[in-house]
Design a protein around this ligand. Structure first.
Ligand code: CP
Ligand code: NVA
Length: 301
Protein backbone atom coordinates (compact mmCIF):
# COMPACT_ATOMS: atom_id res chain seq x y z
CA UNK A 1 0.00 0.00 0.00
CA UNK A 2 1.68 3.27 -1.07
CA UNK A 3 1.06 5.27 2.10
CA UNK A 4 2.91 8.60 2.39
CA UNK A 5 3.65 8.67 6.13
CA UNK A 6 7.40 9.03 6.58
CA UNK A 7 10.12 9.77 3.98
CA UNK A 8 12.08 6.81 5.32
CA UNK A 9 9.42 4.49 3.86
CA UNK A 10 10.22 5.72 0.34
CA UNK A 11 13.24 4.97 -1.80
CA UNK A 12 15.42 7.81 -3.05
CA UNK A 13 14.11 7.05 -6.53
CA UNK A 14 10.47 7.35 -5.42
CA UNK A 15 11.19 10.71 -3.77
CA UNK A 16 12.92 11.97 -6.93
CA UNK A 17 10.03 10.75 -9.10
CA UNK A 18 7.49 12.62 -6.97
CA UNK A 19 9.59 15.81 -7.14
CA UNK A 20 9.96 15.46 -10.92
CA UNK A 21 6.19 15.06 -11.32
CA UNK A 22 5.61 18.10 -9.07
CA UNK A 23 7.87 20.19 -11.32
CA UNK A 24 6.07 18.92 -14.41
CA UNK A 25 2.66 19.71 -12.93
CA UNK A 26 3.85 23.19 -11.97
CA UNK A 27 4.67 23.97 -15.59
CA UNK A 28 1.51 22.27 -16.84
CA UNK A 29 -0.80 24.23 -14.52
CA UNK A 30 -0.58 27.46 -16.51
CA UNK A 31 -1.65 25.73 -19.74
CA UNK A 32 -4.33 23.47 -18.29
CA UNK A 33 -4.11 20.69 -15.73
CA UNK A 34 -4.66 17.01 -16.64
CA UNK A 35 -7.72 15.49 -14.98
CA UNK A 36 -5.82 12.38 -13.93
CA UNK A 37 -7.83 11.87 -10.72
CA UNK A 38 -11.28 12.18 -12.27
CA UNK A 39 -13.77 10.18 -10.18
CA UNK A 40 -11.36 9.84 -7.24
CA UNK A 41 -12.18 11.14 -3.75
CA UNK A 42 -9.80 12.17 -0.96
CA UNK A 43 -10.93 12.29 2.69
CA UNK A 44 -8.97 14.96 4.57
CA UNK A 45 -9.24 14.76 8.37
CA UNK A 46 -8.03 17.67 10.48
CA UNK A 47 -7.48 17.54 14.23
CA UNK A 48 -5.58 20.86 14.03
CA UNK A 49 -5.80 24.13 12.12
CA UNK A 50 -4.36 24.43 8.62
CA UNK A 51 -4.16 26.96 5.80
CA UNK A 52 -1.56 25.62 3.35
CA UNK A 53 -2.12 21.89 3.77
CA UNK A 54 -5.88 22.16 3.57
CA UNK A 55 -6.04 24.54 0.60
CA UNK A 56 -3.22 22.94 -1.39
CA UNK A 57 -4.70 19.43 -1.09
CA UNK A 58 -8.24 20.64 -1.77
CA UNK A 59 -7.30 22.76 -4.79
CA UNK A 60 -4.86 20.11 -5.99
CA UNK A 61 -7.54 17.40 -5.98
CA UNK A 62 -10.06 19.65 -7.76
CA UNK A 63 -7.56 20.74 -10.42
CA UNK A 64 -6.85 17.10 -11.20
CA UNK A 65 -10.58 16.38 -11.54
CA UNK A 66 -10.95 14.71 -8.14
CA UNK A 67 -13.22 15.31 -5.18
CA UNK A 68 -11.75 16.45 -1.84
CA UNK A 69 -13.86 15.87 1.29
CA UNK A 70 -12.70 18.09 4.15
CA UNK A 71 -13.53 16.72 7.60
CA UNK A 72 -12.83 18.45 10.89
CA UNK A 73 -12.38 15.80 13.58
CA UNK A 74 -15.14 17.19 15.76
CA UNK A 75 -17.66 17.04 12.91
CA UNK A 76 -16.99 13.31 12.57
CA UNK A 77 -18.17 10.58 14.93
CA UNK A 78 -14.42 10.23 15.58
CA UNK A 79 -14.86 13.34 17.75
CA UNK A 80 -17.51 11.46 19.79
CA UNK A 81 -15.43 8.37 20.37
CA UNK A 82 -15.81 6.24 17.22
CA UNK A 83 -12.48 4.47 16.94
CA UNK A 84 -9.75 5.42 14.51
CA UNK A 85 -9.82 1.84 13.18
CA UNK A 86 -13.56 1.94 12.41
CA UNK A 87 -13.22 5.41 10.87
CA UNK A 88 -10.45 4.05 8.63
CA UNK A 89 -12.58 1.06 7.58
CA UNK A 90 -15.61 3.24 6.78
CA UNK A 91 -13.78 6.01 4.91
CA UNK A 92 -11.92 3.36 2.88
CA UNK A 93 -15.31 2.29 1.45
CA UNK A 94 -16.04 5.83 0.16
CA UNK A 95 -12.68 7.36 -0.71
CA UNK A 96 -9.62 6.42 -2.76
CA UNK A 97 -7.13 8.01 -0.33
CA UNK A 98 -7.05 9.78 3.03
CA UNK A 99 -4.99 12.57 4.49
CA UNK A 100 -4.74 13.12 8.23
CA UNK A 101 -3.38 16.00 10.32
CA UNK A 102 -3.13 14.61 13.84
CA UNK A 103 -1.82 15.51 17.26
CA UNK A 104 -0.25 12.11 17.80
CA UNK A 105 1.75 10.20 15.21
CA UNK A 106 0.22 6.98 16.58
CA UNK A 107 -3.21 8.09 15.37
CA UNK A 108 -1.82 8.33 11.85
CA UNK A 109 -0.19 4.90 12.12
CA UNK A 110 -3.47 3.40 13.35
CA UNK A 111 -5.43 5.01 10.52
CA UNK A 112 -2.95 3.58 8.02
CA UNK A 113 -3.06 0.14 9.66
CA UNK A 114 -6.83 -0.18 9.26
CA UNK A 115 -7.23 1.70 5.98
CA UNK A 116 -7.50 -0.20 2.72
CA UNK A 117 -6.61 2.94 0.74
CA UNK A 118 -3.39 5.02 0.85
CA UNK A 119 -2.98 7.40 3.81
CA UNK A 120 -1.01 10.67 3.62
CA UNK A 121 0.63 12.35 6.61
CA UNK A 122 -0.63 15.95 6.66
CA UNK A 123 1.46 16.64 9.81
CA UNK A 124 1.77 14.96 13.17
CA UNK A 125 3.68 15.85 16.33
CA UNK A 126 6.56 13.81 14.88
CA UNK A 127 6.74 14.45 11.13
CA UNK A 128 5.60 16.75 8.30
CA UNK A 129 6.86 15.03 5.13
CA UNK A 130 4.63 16.87 2.60
CA UNK A 131 6.23 20.13 3.72
CA UNK A 132 9.82 18.96 3.39
CA UNK A 133 9.08 17.66 -0.13
CA UNK A 134 7.93 21.20 -1.05
CA UNK A 135 11.04 22.63 0.63
CA UNK A 136 13.34 20.36 -1.39
CA UNK A 137 11.52 21.35 -4.60
CA UNK A 138 12.02 25.03 -3.72
CA UNK A 139 15.71 24.54 -2.97
CA UNK A 140 16.26 22.71 -6.26
CA UNK A 141 14.44 25.45 -8.19
CA UNK A 142 16.55 28.20 -6.63
CA UNK A 143 19.93 26.53 -6.18
CA UNK A 144 19.99 23.40 -8.35
CA UNK A 145 20.36 19.85 -7.03
CA UNK A 146 20.21 19.57 -3.23
CA UNK A 147 23.07 17.03 -3.38
CA UNK A 148 26.14 18.43 -1.65
CA UNK A 149 24.35 21.49 -0.24
CA UNK A 150 24.57 22.55 3.40
CA UNK A 151 21.13 22.94 4.97
CA UNK A 152 20.93 24.70 8.35
CA UNK A 153 18.03 24.20 10.71
CA UNK A 154 17.78 26.85 13.44
CA UNK A 155 15.16 26.49 16.17
CA UNK A 156 12.91 23.89 17.70
CA UNK A 157 13.74 20.20 17.36
CA UNK A 158 10.16 19.67 16.21
CA UNK A 159 8.26 17.76 13.50
CA UNK A 160 9.94 19.79 10.76
CA UNK A 161 13.43 19.24 12.19
CA UNK A 162 12.72 15.49 12.46
CA UNK A 163 11.51 15.39 8.86
CA UNK A 164 14.65 17.14 7.65
CA UNK A 165 16.64 14.41 9.40
CA UNK A 166 14.65 11.74 7.52
CA UNK A 167 15.26 13.59 4.25
CA UNK A 168 19.01 13.61 4.92
CA UNK A 169 18.88 9.80 4.98
CA UNK A 170 17.50 9.75 1.46
CA UNK A 171 19.04 12.74 -0.33
CA UNK A 172 22.72 13.49 -0.33
CA UNK A 173 23.05 16.82 1.55
CA UNK A 174 24.66 18.03 4.77
CA UNK A 175 22.23 18.92 7.57
CA UNK A 176 23.30 20.88 10.65
CA UNK A 177 20.60 21.48 13.23
CA UNK A 178 20.97 24.14 15.92
CA UNK A 179 18.39 23.51 18.65
CA UNK A 180 18.24 24.57 22.30
CA UNK A 181 19.70 21.83 24.52
CA UNK A 182 16.26 21.37 26.14
CA UNK A 183 14.43 21.04 22.79
CA UNK A 184 16.41 18.63 20.60
CA UNK A 185 14.98 16.63 17.69
CA UNK A 186 13.99 13.00 18.16
CA UNK A 187 17.09 11.10 19.30
CA UNK A 188 16.13 7.87 17.50
CA UNK A 189 15.69 9.72 14.21
CA UNK A 190 19.08 11.37 14.64
CA UNK A 191 20.91 8.17 15.56
CA UNK A 192 19.11 6.24 12.81
CA UNK A 193 20.11 8.80 10.20
CA UNK A 194 23.74 8.77 11.34
CA UNK A 195 23.80 4.95 11.18
CA UNK A 196 22.31 5.13 7.67
CA UNK A 197 25.27 7.32 6.66
CA UNK A 198 23.48 10.68 6.57
CA UNK A 199 25.64 13.78 7.04
CA UNK A 200 23.70 15.10 10.04
CA UNK A 201 25.01 17.03 13.05
CA UNK A 202 23.31 18.63 16.06
CA UNK A 203 24.62 21.73 17.81
CA UNK A 204 23.24 24.31 20.24
CA UNK A 205 25.00 27.14 18.38
CA UNK A 206 22.98 28.80 15.56
CA UNK A 207 26.09 30.52 14.13
CA UNK A 208 27.81 27.13 13.77
CA UNK A 209 24.80 25.67 11.91
CA UNK A 210 24.45 28.65 9.59
CA UNK A 211 28.16 29.12 8.77
CA UNK A 212 28.50 28.90 4.98
CA UNK A 213 25.05 27.28 4.63
CA UNK A 214 23.19 27.30 1.30
CA UNK A 215 19.79 27.19 3.01
CA UNK A 216 18.68 28.56 6.37
CA UNK A 217 15.48 27.04 7.63
CA UNK A 218 13.42 27.71 10.75
CA UNK A 219 9.92 27.22 12.19
CA UNK A 220 7.76 28.46 15.03
CA UNK A 221 9.05 28.07 18.59
CA UNK A 222 5.63 26.81 19.73
CA UNK A 223 4.08 24.14 17.52
CA UNK A 224 0.42 23.16 17.59
CA UNK A 225 -0.04 21.04 20.70
CA UNK A 226 2.98 22.50 22.57
CA UNK A 227 2.54 24.41 25.83
CA UNK A 228 3.25 28.10 25.19
CA UNK A 229 5.31 28.80 28.33
CA UNK A 230 7.80 31.52 29.15
CA UNK A 231 10.47 28.90 29.94
CA UNK A 232 10.01 27.42 26.47
CA UNK A 233 10.35 30.80 24.77
CA UNK A 234 13.41 31.66 26.91
CA UNK A 235 15.16 28.52 25.64
CA UNK A 236 15.24 30.17 22.18
CA UNK A 237 17.25 33.17 23.32
CA UNK A 238 19.76 33.80 20.50
CA UNK A 239 17.92 31.58 18.01
CA UNK A 240 16.13 34.25 15.98
CA UNK A 241 17.01 34.19 12.27
CA UNK A 242 17.78 37.85 11.64
CA UNK A 243 20.07 39.71 9.25
CA UNK A 244 23.11 39.23 11.51
CA UNK A 245 22.62 35.44 11.50
CA UNK A 246 21.83 35.30 7.76
CA UNK A 247 25.09 37.18 7.10
CA UNK A 248 26.99 34.11 8.35
CA UNK A 249 25.45 31.91 5.64
CA UNK A 250 26.76 31.72 2.06
CA UNK A 251 26.18 34.91 0.03
CA UNK A 252 23.72 33.08 -2.23
CA UNK A 253 21.89 31.47 0.71
CA UNK A 254 18.12 31.29 0.72
CA UNK A 255 15.79 31.46 3.71
CA UNK A 256 12.88 29.04 4.09
CA UNK A 257 10.07 28.72 6.65
CA UNK A 258 7.13 26.30 6.36
CA UNK A 259 4.82 29.01 7.74
CA UNK A 260 2.87 30.18 9.65
CA UNK A 261 5.63 32.50 10.90
CA UNK A 262 5.68 34.34 14.19
CA UNK A 263 7.30 37.54 13.05
CA UNK A 264 9.75 38.97 15.56
CA UNK A 265 10.18 35.59 17.28
CA UNK A 266 11.92 32.87 15.24
CA UNK A 267 12.47 35.24 12.29
CA UNK A 268 12.78 38.99 11.87
CA UNK A 269 10.58 40.87 9.39
CA UNK A 270 13.74 41.94 7.55
CA UNK A 271 14.68 38.33 6.78
CA UNK A 272 11.16 37.04 6.13
CA UNK A 273 10.41 39.89 3.72
CA UNK A 274 13.99 40.22 2.45
CA UNK A 275 15.59 39.26 -0.87
CA UNK A 276 16.88 35.89 0.39
CA UNK A 277 13.44 34.72 1.51
CA UNK A 278 11.47 32.36 -0.76
CA UNK A 279 8.80 31.40 1.75
CA UNK A 280 5.88 32.14 -0.58
CA UNK A 281 7.37 30.11 -3.44
CA UNK A 282 7.79 27.39 -0.82
CA UNK A 283 4.11 27.72 0.16
CA UNK A 284 3.06 27.60 -3.51
CA UNK A 285 5.14 24.49 -4.04
CA UNK A 286 2.96 22.67 -1.51
CA UNK A 287 0.27 22.62 -4.23
CA UNK A 288 2.50 21.09 -6.91
CA UNK A 289 4.01 18.56 -4.49
CA UNK A 290 0.62 17.61 -3.06
CA UNK A 291 -0.58 16.76 -6.56
CA UNK A 292 2.46 14.56 -7.18
CA UNK A 293 2.07 12.80 -3.80
CA UNK A 294 -1.61 12.12 -4.54
CA UNK A 295 -0.69 10.73 -7.96
CA UNK A 296 2.00 8.52 -6.45
CA UNK A 297 -0.37 7.19 -3.77
CA UNK A 298 -3.04 6.44 -6.35
CA UNK A 299 -0.65 4.60 -8.64
CA UNK A 300 -0.55 7.24 -11.38
CA UNK A 301 3.24 7.76 -11.28
N1 CP B 1 3.11 24.69 6.52
C1 CP B 1 1.89 24.18 6.78
O1 CP B 1 1.68 22.98 6.88
O2 CP B 1 0.93 25.13 6.93
P1 CP B 1 -0.55 24.90 7.46
O3 CP B 1 -0.45 24.62 8.93
O4 CP B 1 -1.23 26.20 7.18
O5 CP B 1 -1.17 23.76 6.73
N1 NVA C 1 5.94 22.85 13.62
C1 NVA C 1 4.68 23.48 13.22
C2 NVA C 1 4.50 23.35 11.76
C3 NVA C 1 3.25 24.01 11.25
C4 NVA C 1 3.07 23.81 9.77
C5 NVA C 1 3.54 22.84 14.00
O1 NVA C 1 3.52 21.62 14.14
O2 NVA C 1 2.68 23.58 14.47
Amino acid sequence: MPHFLDLRDLSREQIVNILTEAQRRKVKRSVGEEHTLSGKSLAMIFEKNSTRTRVSFEVGMREMGGNPVVLQKDDLQLGRGETVADTARVLSRYCHAMMLRAYHHNTLMELAQYSSVPVINGLTDLLHPCQVMADVLTIEEKLGSIAGKKIAWVGDGNNMANTWITAAEKLDFELVLACPASLPPDAEFLEGAKKAGAKVRLTTNPADAVAGADVVNTDTWVSMGDDDTLTRKQAFNGFQVNEALMAKAAKHAIFLHCLPAHRGEEVSDAVLDGPQSFVFDEAENRLHVQKAILLWCMGEI
